[in-house]
Design a protein. Structure first.
Length: 142
């Protein structure tokens, strides 16, 4: 591999992905990393995607309870953005009371190997058994 290439191995699928440094650019919207970060970045999106990946379809209330610091308003906004980006599917059941379920789309499911690697990386770098969402190990005592 050349020095000007970044190599990532996705062990969950045994596929290799190489990104040539020439493909990375400073032009807005043209850098593939920027595109990915815009779709999955932020405090809650990646956690919502991981929750759906590891626990399967979830109702709105289940997602809200899973993340104590997350408000209904922000959860609604994040789910709508993920749905708009094609990463999450929303299914409304015609019943009383209304029941809505969220699950990963095929495109969202394609993030599975990345989420698996991120979870493994997090396990290797965990400094304590439990860290509250939104707090790092460095500032949890403050």
């Amino acid at each position: 591999m050349r020095k000007d290439q970044v190599r990532t191995e996705l062990s969950a699928t045994d596929k290799e992905v190489s990104i040539s440094m020439e493909n990375l650019t400073n032009k807005p919207g043209e850098c593939p990393v920027e595109v990915a970060v815009n779709m999955i970045g932020g405090k809650w999106k990646i956690l919502l995607l991981a929750r759906l990946r590891f626990f399967g379809p979830q109702r709105f209330g289940e997602l809200l309870r899973a993340f104590p610091g997350l408000s209904e308003r922000i959860l609604t906004r994040q789910l709508r953005q993920l749905e708009s980006d094609g990463l999450v599917l929303r299914k409304a059941y015609p019943q009383i009371p209304p029941r809505v379920e969220y699950r990963l789309s095929d495109e969202g499911d394609s993030l599975g190997p990345i989420l698996d690697l991120l979870a493994e990386w997090g396990r290797r770098h965990q400094t304590r058994p439990t860290i509250k969402p939104g707090l790092s190990a460095d500032n949890s005592q403050r």
